[in-house]
Ligand binder design. Structure first.
Ligand SMILES: [Zn+2]
Length: 318
């Protein structure tokens, strides 16, 4: 812990190694050592992409991997939530439909522009060729609760099972193969970003994911989980991080401590257990800020802007 920590992921410039895992006859996972993942579903007549990468240029690598396994048209993009680093590559796929929950759509209206500016500064490496982004990604089809898409005989359920990482979190579930694409609701050896989270709701949403009984799970970040035991490990580690962090914040807030002290105490407590996870130093200030807000007087996450990012970072890390 020092004043030399660079803002967010600005010091993270080394390329990651991509894996493209075949999970079943219909499902693939594009992962990259803790960078944001993309899920792929190959149906009888069309391909669906779940989360797009940060820019159209970055998305080209996903498209090349898809083309190595199928020449079916990419007709659907599903947004697991609104974060820029996952959605701004959508135009590269030229999909017929971009599917999102109504809550995700509302968040894009309310804070998409501010979030885009803030995330571009947080992740310079992931927004390579940011000039190729044509603007915000707008869903063309929204749903509430759940919807089912039949890709020929393959049933694809697109579901909102509760709030957690954001208000609009959406998962994709293949019931016939018991494969779940969780978005950032679950991470594996990567730190959950909780700057826009609902700490009180997130554990219940994880219960709902576990109740599906996934045999395999593609998390938002980290390797694909390919056995029920690995799925369980991913779910429980995500849950443990959130509850350890929120417990520490609530304790500090109830004792009337100020943010700076609470932040450093929480960082000290969590570092030994989670400090080796990807983007730990990036996430902690944002996660603690939101947890403190929720534990005190803000039931809903406040909008992050590039300016608020910097002010918060200075206050906690400066
Ligand atoms: Zn996210």
């Amino acid at each position: 812990m020092s004043t030399e920590k660079k803002f967010a992921s600005q010091a993270d410039l080394a390329d990651k190694k991509v894996s493209f895992d075949k999970l079943s006859e219909h499902a693939y996972a594009y992962t990259a050592e803790g960078d944001p993942n993309t899920g792929i579903v190959v149906g009888d007549n069309a391909v669906m992409v779940i989360d797009t990468q940060a820019t159209p240029i970055m998305a080209q690598d996903v498209i090349q991997r898809i083309r190595a396994v199928t020449d079916k048209p990419i007709k659907y993009v599903v947004l697991s939530h609104y974060h820029a680093v996952r959605v701004l590559g959508a135009s590269a796929y030229r999909p017929e439909h971009i599917i999102a929950s109504r809550d995700t759509y509302d968040l894009i209206v309310e804070r998409g522009e501010a979030d885009m500016k803030s995330e571009i500064e947080r992740f310079p490496r992931l927004f390579r060729a940011v000039e190729s982004v044509p603007g915000l990604t707008w869903p063309t089809l929204t749903f509430q609760g759940e919807m089912t898409l039949w890709l020929g005989k393959l049933e694809v359920k697109i579901m909102q099972l509760g709030r957690g990482h954001t208000k609009g979190d959406t998962v994709v579930w293949l019931p016939q193969e018991k494969i779940l694409f969780s978005g950032d609701l679950v991470e594996y050896e990567a730190t959950p970003y909780a700057g826009d989270a609902y700490f009180n709701d997130w554990p219940r949403t994880l219960d709902a994911l576990a109740a599906l009984g996934p045999a395999k799970l593609v998390p938002g970040r980290g390797a694909s989980l390919q056995t029920p035991e690995q799925v369980q490990a991913g779910l429980s580690a995500t849950r443990a991080f959130l509850s350890d962090l929120f417990a520490s914040i609530k304790q500090g807030a109830q004792a009337g401590q100020e943010m700076h002290a609470i932040y450093h105490e929480t960082y000290r407590q969590l570092k030994p257990k989670y400090g080796h996870w990807v983007i730990f130093d990036h996430c902690m200030p944002f996660d603690v800020s939101r947890a403190y807000d929720e534990a005190t007087r803000y039931p809903d996450p406040r909008i992050w802007t590039a300016q608020r990012d910097q002010e918060m970072w200075k206050a906690l890390e400066g």
